[in-house]
Design a protein around this ligand. Structure first.
Ligand SMILES: *Cc1c(COP(=O)(O)O)cnc(C)c1O
Length: 431
């Protein structure tokens, strides 16, 4: 069992100066209990904490590390930029064109791209753009999908009245809540109902084409295509939020995997290679409305800075050069099959959802297809499972409703170790 003495000390101190001790809520371990682990170093698929314990990392900085931490090519590129270029100019730089051109080549729907500094910025900007373009105010999102912490997205489904959302956080105004409608993931009728009740008022439908923030929930066959058709009929801008699944489930994202083309795409995580980056882009006709070419305002002091773009560009180049996707799929299948065997041996029927190298083991026997079925998971059992895995040196996301990410750096030996730990942790969770 790893000792977390130093982590516990740091957490106590952090709580004095940082709300909840953390700069992003899930890091506080609230849903699994216990002390958050303070990491000191990352290398490949491994993390070392401040007490000297090492862990196999299945969080990957919440998605960016598809190539593991500190990939030598990315590190070298960053060093080069630091020494020879600089960290920021606030002027146009050549690298911006390079990454925009590359993104347009890789992601089917992109004709123009704007770089920003986070996924949240990307989704906020895409929604503003869709509103400006259509001249409409309302948007439809899906219950359980996460699009960052912009006001328009912190809206939960209202109780009773289907069409009225409610703020999901104090500080989000009722006015904002009125403009965001919640549909049910994988249920096209729920979307059609909202569209019909708000004829001519919906600017955009925004969706994670592989939902990754309620555990992992794949879109059912035909669901995304049905959304596309509905948006075409009604003049609604279809936004795929590929901040997590983009460059993860395939180089071209979920849209290339499923063959459905959105009007706008939001990106983040992997295209930052571990530095803060986001982007949004899509159809030329819509993107031409972005300032200064168009009238929809969007800006950023550090947007397109050379350091962040270097990490992103190098990541994309490695993904193109090495095509790690078949290998990631092979590894993900090994892990999934190993977990399945363990479940079978223990007479458990828990659900595993997976698309490529993102997966989730839900502590429920109910097939998970949307938010309602996801929350049937037994989070207490998951908490025990999480801590048993941690004790065995496997670092998972500290929440039932997060994805498990495999990186190119996980070896077959690492996977074997993880499968053994999974057996023990499943036993521990049952007690
Ligand atoms: C992580 C995430 C975001 C938010 O990105 P940040 O960089 O944390 O602001 C938005 N959408 C999806 C699908 C995400 O997974």
């Amino acid at each position: 069992m790893p000792q977390l003495t130093k982590s516990a000390e740091l957490f106590e101190k952090a709580k004095k100066f940082i709300p909840g001790g953390v700069n992003s809520p899930v890091r506080a371990f609230k849903s699994v209990g216990g002390t958050p682990v303070y990491m000191a170093k990352g290398s490949g698929a491994y993390l070392t904490d401040v007490d000297g314990n090492t862990y196999l990392d299945y969080v990957g900085s919440w998605g960016p590390f598809i190539l593991g931490s500190m990939h030598p090519r990315i590190t070298a590129a960053l060093e080069y930029t630091l020494k020879n270029i600089g960290t920021s100019f606030g002027t146009p730089i050549e690298m911006e064109i390079e990454i925009a051109e590359l993104l347009c080549k890789i992601v089917p729907s992109l004709e123009m791209v704007r770089m920003v500094n986070s996924g949240t910025e990307a989704t906020m900007s895409a929604v503003r753009l869709a509103r400006g373009y259509t001249g409409r105010d309302k948007i439809i999102k899906f219950e359980g999908c996460y699009h960052g912490h912009g006001d328009s997205f912190l809206i939960k489904a209202g109780s009773g009245a289907l069409t009225l959302g409610a703020p999901d956080s104090p500080g989000v105004t009722k006015g904002t809540a009125m403009d965001t409608l919640n549909a049910t993931y994988n249920d096209i009728d729920s979307v059609k109902l909202l569209v019909n009740e708000n004829k001519g008022q919906i600017a955009a439908i925004i969706i994670e084409p592989v939902a990754g923030n309620t555990g992992v929930i794949p879109a059912k066959p035909g669901f995304l295509a049905a959304l596309r058709e509905l948006c075409d009929q009604e003049g609604i801008v279809l936004i795929f939020d590929e901040v997590m699944c983009g460059f993860r489930v395939a180089l071209g994202g979920a849209q290339s995997l499923y063959g459905v083309t959105p009007d706008l795409t939001t990106m983040g995580k992997i295209i930052g290679g571990g530095l803060p980056v986001g982007a949004f882009g899509g159809k030329r006709e819509i993107m031409e409305r972005v300032a200064p070419l168009g009238d929809v305002y969007q800006a950023g002091t550090l947007s397109g800075n050379p350091l962040a773009l270097t990490a992103g560009l190098e990541t994309l180049k490695i993904l193109i050069d090495e095509n790690p996707y078949p290998e990631l799929e092979r590894k993900a299948v090994i892990l999934e099959a190993g977990f399945s065997d363990n479940l079978k041996k223990l007479g458990l029927n828990y659900v595993q959802n997976r698309v490529g190298s993102m997966s989730c083991l839900f502590f429920t026997e109910t097939p998970v297809v949307d938010y309602t079925t996801a929350v049937t998971a037994d989070t207490k059992k998951h908490g025990k499972y999480f801590h048993s895995m941690l004790d065995q040196g496997i670092y998972l996301a500290p929440s039932q409703f997060e994805a498990m990410f495999i990186s190119f750096m996980h070896t077959d030996e690492d996977l074997e170790k993880t499968i053994k730990a999974n057996y023990n942790a499943l036993v521990a969770s049952g007690k």
